[in-house]
Design a protein around this ligand. Structure first.
Ligand SMILES: [Zn+2]
Length: 331
C-alpha cells in the first residue's frame, strides 16, 4: 500500500511526521498554518485523530494532546494517530473562542472550500484529517466562565460510540444528541466514531481535567489496539452515565452565590444558592430543576436573569417523566 499523503507530505510507517495544513493566508501575506503531528505505526490499525482548540480559548485539550504525543512511540503503533492540538489557530493566538470572521468553528462543519474563513478551516480539516479517520476525539472545555466536570459527551444510542465512551471512562458520560454544524455530526456523516471530551474552563489549565483527559485518550488508543500503555491497566474503570441534563438559569439579575460545586448531588427543588443585587436586596433562592449531579458551574458571579448557572445531569429516567430537552448545545 502506498504511504498516505497529507497536505502534500508523505506519512511513512514507523515514524513521527510533523506537517502543516494551510487553510488561508494572513492579511499580511504569510500562511495561517494548523500544526499536525502524524504517528504511523509499522502495523495496520485504525486511524485516529485527536483535536483541540476548535474553540480558540480552550487550552486544556492542547495540553492533553501535548502529553499524549509525548507518550506515543511510532515503532510500537498499529495504525495512525493524527494529532491536531490547535484547530482554531487565529482564535488560539488571540485568546478568542471564535474565528476572526466571528463564526463559531464548531457550527460550520463540514464547511466548504469557497465559504467564509471558518467554513474553509472546517472543510480543510474534514478533507485532510477527518475523512481518513475511523475514530476521533475532540477536546473541549466550558465556555463563558463555565467550568465542567470531566465528562464525555456522545450519542450513546450508537453502540460503537457508546463502547468507545466506556473505554475512555471519564468520571461522567453524558448522552448528547448530534448538533448541526458540529465537527461531531460532520464526522459521523463521514463515517467516523467521535467522542467529545468536556472538562475544565476556557483559558485555564485544570490539572484534573488534563489528567483525566490524557488517561482517557490513552485508554481509547489501548482499546483500539493502537498502542499499549504500561500504566493503563484499569481500563474497566466506572463512569456514571447521565441520560439527560439541563441548566438552572438565574431567576433574576444580580450577584449569584452558588452553594454547590462540581460533583455534588442535588435533589429537585433543593436550594443551591442565592442571587441578590449589589446591595444585597431582593435576594432570591436558586433551586435545582431536577435530581442529579452538578456537571457544570458558572464561575462568574455577576449574572443577568436567564443566565445559565449550574448544569445538572441525571443518571437515568427514574419515572414516567419525559426527558426535558437539553438547553445546551454542542460546547
Ligand atoms: Zn468548545
Amino acid at each position: 500500500m502506498d504511504d498516505p499523503v497529507i497536505a502534500g507530505v508523505r506519512i511513512e510507517a514507523g515514524r513521527r511526521t510533523d506537517l502543516e495544513l494551510r487553510p488561508a493566508r494572513l492579511p499580511s501575506g504569510g500562511w495561517m498554518t494548523i500544526p499536525v503531528v502524524a504517528f504511523r505505526g509499522p502495523r495496520p490499525g485504525p486511524t485516529v485523530w485527536l483535536s483541540a482548540a476548535i474553540h480558540g480559548d480552550e487550552v486544556c485539550g492542547v495540553e492533553i494532546i501535548r502529553q499524549v504525543i509525548g507518550s506515543l512511540t511510532p515503532r510500537k503503533l498499529a495504525g495512525t494517530v493524527l494529532a491536531v492540538p490547535v484547530v482554531n489557530v487565529p482564535g488560539f493566538a488571540n485568546g478568542d473562542r471564535y474565528m476572526p470572521d466571528r463564526r463559531d468553528l464548531n457550527r460550520v462543519f463540514p464547511g466548504s472550500r469557497r465559504g467564509s474563513l471558518a467554513s474553509r478551516f472546517a472543510h480543510l480539516f474534514m478533507t485532510e484529517i477527518v475523512q481518513r479517520c475511523d475514530v476521533g476525539i475532540d477536546l473541549h472545555t466550558g465556555s463563558d466562565h463555565r467550568r465542567n466536570i470531566p465528562q464525555i459527551r456522545a450519542d450513546l444510542t450508537h453502540e460503537p460510540t457508546a463502547r468507545l465512551a466506556r473505554a475512555f471512562a471519564a468520571p461522567y458520560t453524558l448522552h448528547a444528541r448530534l448538533r448541526d454544524g458540529s465537527l461531531r455530526e460532520a464526522a459521523r456523516r463521514a463515517g467516523a466514531i467521535t467522542l467529545l471530551y468536556e472538562a475544565g474552563e476556557a483559558w485555564r489549565f485544570d490539572t484534573e481535567a488534563i489528567r483525566v483527559g490524557v488517561r482517557g485518550v490513552r485508554r481509547v488508543l489501548a482499546h483500539l489496539g493502537t498502542m499499549a500503555f504500561a500504566d493503563e491497566e484499569d481500563t474497566d474503570a466506572d463512569s456514571v452515565v447521565l441520560e439527560s441534563s439541563s441548566w438552572v438559569r438565574s431567576p433574576q439579575s444580580g450577584l449569584a452565590r452558588l452553594e454547590v460545586d462540581l460533583g455534588d448531588r442535588v435533589a429537585d427543588r433543593q436550594p443551591i444558592g442565592v442571587v441578590a443585587d449589589a446591595v444585597g436586596a431582593g435576594a432570591r433562592t436558586i433551586r435545582a430543576n431536577r435530581t442529579g449531579v452538578i456537571i457544570g458551574r458558572n464561575e462568574a458571579p455577576v449574572v443577568h436573569r436567564g443566565d445559565a448557572l449550574v448544569h445538572i445531569g441525571s443518571p437515568a429516567v427514574s419515572s414516567a417523566e419525559p426527558i426535558p430537552a437539553r438547553e445546551e448545545g454542542e460546547p
